[in-house]
Ligand binder design. Structure first.
Ligand SMILES: Cc1cc2nc3c(=O)[nH]c(=O)nc-3n(C[C@H](O)[C@H](O)[C@H](O)COP(=O)(O)OP(=O)(O)OC[C@H]3O[C@@H](n4cnc5c(N)ncnc54)[C@H](O)[C@@H]3O)c2cc1C
Length: 440
């Protein structure tokens, strides 16, 4: 038995779920259950894996086990971009091929999520709004946005170049110099989406929330798990716990946990909306993902600021640090929207992104009866979803050509040992922030 000593903690800071009606979680696991399959972790990856297992094996019993409420970890706390394009394309033949592979995977995930939203009438403000990849400084335009546009042209992807007054009119702020608009990105309230996915699972999936796995015996023919009030014996396991995989004995020294933060303003009233030119909802990713600021104008007229991402091996964030970040977000919002001096921030939250050094996910078979979907970096709406679907297909022996695309993304590379790792990551982050300081 392995004691799972690192468990996720819900700090109840998630703004996306705070603006939704209250939801009653599914009952915690009590007593003993036998099952054909157990999926641990109910973020995008686990939700997709459980549903696909149920579709592939309608006669099998599937347990989906979540430490807190489904989707209340990274999946319901993100910026709500369903991203269909890589952030960096590159221009070499291999890089273009890698981008095409990523796009096939991401677009399959978006089609799948869109179908669930449609079929189950999931009310999550699903919007085919596209996104702007924008730079604040002329330097950022020249060094990042222009090459990105050329690379997308090489991929024959549709795009629109927008700058100056035209961009300001679309966004309601003159803060950005230029942007590449691409139409394939989906925007949504991510907590509403994960809730909707959790509440529409097929009949042969039983979801238990508030059931952290605290002990695991993964060495034998059967998987045995313990939660505070129950036990499970299952033939097969899909591990969808993202940055918590090392606690289960996998991917130790290969995953990089980062804390990321986002804030949402209150809703703008009609008069404030008119001051911005009655703009439609939009999403904007920054030229530099670490130094820049991801922003949205949401369907319900709030402004989202996603900024401050830092290396956080403890996967814990203090309330005090979050308060400081909230103030910083308010300042950044005021810089961008001086015409809205009375609009306040309503929510600021922390979520944990799990990065890998080489961007490769921890996807695939780990043991004869265990598969994993972890480490999907900061594009998990699509990447974790497709990882979950394909892990289920792989585990069921289904021949899906996209499995080869997923496997071609590689395996997470080994990291240097701590404290060298910590020093190296901090130095790299400081360099990124300094180098792209004009993008803040
Ligand atoms: C602020 C922020 C902004 C982001 N913006 C975007 C964006 O706009 N677009 C995008 O694509 N991605 C974005 N991301 C990244 C994205 O959210 C993640 O890549 C994605 O949610 C990963 O999904 P997952 O299912 O792999 O992991 P998670 O959502 O982390 O799910 C793993 C689950 O496992 C559970 N778990 C862990 N240990 C145990 C245990 N012992 N027992 C039971 N359950 C356990 C956790 O509670 C959790 O619910 C963002 C992330 C953050 C934090």
């Amino acid at each position: 038995m392995t004691a799972i000593t690192r468990l996720p903690q819900d700090d109840n800071s998630n703004g996306w779920s705070a603006i939704l009606p209250e939801r009653r979680p599914r009952p915690a696991l009590t007593g003993h259950k036998d099952a054909d399959w157990v999926v641990v972790g109910a973020g995008y990856a686990g939700l997709a894996a459980a549903r696909r297992l149920a579709d592939n094996r309608p006669q099998d019993t599937i347990l989906l086990i979540e430490a807190h409420a489904a989707g209340e970890n990274a999946s319901g706390r993100n910026s709500g971009f369903g991203i269909d394009l890589p952030h960096n394309v590159g221009s070499a033949h291999d890089e273009l091929e890698g981008s095409r592979r990523f796009m096939r995977l991401a677009r399959t995930a978006l089609d799948y999520l869109g179908k669930q939203v449609h079929d189950h009438r999931i009310d999550c403000d699903w919007s085919k709004a596209g996104k702007y990849h924008a730079a604040v400084s002329p330097e950022g335009v020249k060094t990042i946005v222009e090459p990105f546009a050329r690379e997308l042209e090489a991929l024959k992807e549709p795009l629109t170049w927008i700058e100056g007054a035209q961009l300001a009119a679309r966004l309601g702020t003159p803060h950005f110099t230029a942007a590449v608009y691409t139409p394939g990105c989906i925007l949504m309230n991510p907590a509403a989406l994960t809730r909707g996915l959790a509440d529409s699972l097929p009949a042969n999936v039983t979801l238990h929330e508030r059931s952290p796995v605290i002990d695991a015996d993964l060495g034998g023919d059967m998987v045995r798990l313990t939660t505070p009030e129950g036990t499970i014996r299952a033939a097969k396991l899909i591990l969808a716990v993202n940055g918590y995989a090392p606690a289960f004995g996998f991917f130790s020294g290969r995953l990089l946990p980062f804390a990321a933060h986002a804030s949402l303003t209150r809703r703008l009233d009609d008069e404030e909306h008119a001051r911005l030119g009655n703009i439609a909802d939009w999403g904007l990713t920054p030229a530099n993902a670490f130094a820049g600021i991801t922003m949205r104008f949401t369907h319900d007229r709030r402004i989202l600021i996603r900024q401050n991402i830092h290396y956080c091996p403890s996967m814990r964030q203090s309330d005090e640090r979050r308060r400081q970040i909230a103030q910083d977000h308010l300042r950044l919002f005021r810089q961008r929207f001086p015409s809205l001096p009375h609009v306040t921030m309503e929510h600021t939250w922390t979520g944990f992104v799990c990065l890998t050094r080489n961007g490769a996910p921890g996807f695939g078979k780990l043991a004869p009866n265990i598969w994993s979907t972890v480490g999907c970096n900061a594009v998990g709406v699509t990447k974790a979803t497709i990882a979950g679907l394909l892990a289920a297909d792989l585990a069921c022996g289904h021949d899906n050509p996209l499995i080869a695309d997923m496997e071609a993304l590689g395996k997470p590379s080994t990291l240097p040992p701590r404290p060298f790792l910590d020093i190296g990551v901090e130095a790299r982050m400081a360099w990124e922030l300094w180098q792209a300081r004009a993008e803040r």
